[in-house]
Write a protein that binds this ligand. Structure first.
Ligand code: 13P
Length: 334
């Protein structure tokens, strides 16, 4: 696989006014989302729900790619078309979550490291054959008393770099996601300092592992105060802090940065992205790779009447994609 092909895929993922829909919830995570709206977590319900999302009419107006979970990449629409094939035909690049989740990091209480490197080379080969052209690995950094430690930051950056190098070897664009969680009472300055350290460590590790940044996408968390911090930030403060932090840590050669929503409301996720894109010229496109902030309204609607509300729910997915696509260009009007 040439760097030109990787770079082309990466650029297509962040094409002007387009972003990614993250529908890569593991079976246990989707169980929680389904339980929240009273849907039974069966394989057929998961398949039907992912079909609803992926077959939203004209989704590619604002969506460049979708991140799937292993099970979903092997599933098909009800008329038997594999999802990856359906997506490729409809202008949506298939992506795949390849990490195996977070596990307690021994020796570092309260901290986690993401696992999944063993056997990854072979899994990536299979995912490529199944049609995936980019992959995602999520590292999680917790903020709390005396954490994160440098040890946890480095362990996670190292795993992300090894994953990214394996992806590029297999012809998949790595989406590297070091998520700094919003859980806690910490203030926005703490989030800024932690994220800055995490991104510095990540880009140092990517460099050490010879990862080509031209064929890599960063999935970042925004700079926000902890959910339980009494001093919440306004939209402009989040936008300015996030852009400042990214400018001081992320090389300009990266094709693009997309954000996770991380538990923000739909409206906040869109407003923050829009405000960032109104701050003037940036070295990279800033777009979205939202999970909850793209799906939650549609899931709720669908749960009220699985058959009757199918296309209504798709209308909601399209509306969220449109709002975020406009925000990715700083053109959202609220
Ligand atoms: P949220 O936007 O719901 O945080 O999910 C994005 C994602 O893919 C997290 O890994």
């Amino acid at each position: 696989m040439s760097i030109e092909q990787l770079a082309e895929t990466a650029q297509a993922m962040v094409a002007a006014g387009k972003g990614i829909i993250a529908i890569d919830e593991s079976t246990s995570t989707i169980a929680k989302r389904f339980a929240g709206v009273g849907i039974e977590n069966t394989e057929e319900n998961r398949r039907a729900y992912r079909e609803l999302l992926l077959t939203t009419p004209k989704l590619s107006d604002y969506i460049s790619g979708a991140i799937l979970y292993d099970e979903t990449l092997r599933q098909s629409t009800k008329d038997g078309t594999p999802f990856a094939k359906y997506m490729a035909k409809n202008g949506i690049i298939p992506g795949i979550k390849v990490d195996k989740g977070t596990h307690a990091l021994a020796g570092c209480p309260g901290e986690v490291v993401t696992e999944g490197l063993d056997g990854l080379r072979d899994r990536l080969k299979e995912y490529y054959a199944l049609g995936a052209r980019f992959a995602k690995w999520r590292a999680v950094i917790n903020i709390g008393d005396d954490i994160p430690t440098g040890t946890a930051i480095e362990a996670n950056a190292h795993a992300l770099a090894r994953y990214a190098a394996l992806c590029q070897e297999a012809g998949l664009v790595p989406m590297v996601e070091p998520e700094v969680l919003m859980d806690g009472e910490h203030d926005i300055q703490t989030c800024y300092e932690v994220t800055e350290a995490v991104l510095r460590s990540l880009f140092a590790a990517l460099y050490e592992h010879n990862v080509l940044l031209e064929g890599t996408i960063l999935k970042a968390s925004m700079i926000v105060p902890g959910k339980d911090c009494p001093d919440q930030a306004d939209v402009d403060e989040v936008a300015e802090s996030t852009v400042m932090c990214l400018k001081s840590t992320v090389p300009a050669i990266l094709p693009g940065i997309v954000f996770l929503s991380g538990g923000q409301s739909d409206e906040d996720a869109t407003a923050h992205l829009n405000a960032m894109n109104q701050l003037g010229a940036l070295p990279w496109p800033l777009s979205f790779s939202y999970g909850r902030a793209m799906q939650s309204a549609a899931l709720k609607l669908w749960s009220e009447d699985l058959k009757g509300n199918f296309s209504k729910a798709q209308g909601t997915v399209y509306a969220r994609a449109k709002d975020n696509g406009l925000a990715a260009q700083g053109k959202w009007e609220g």
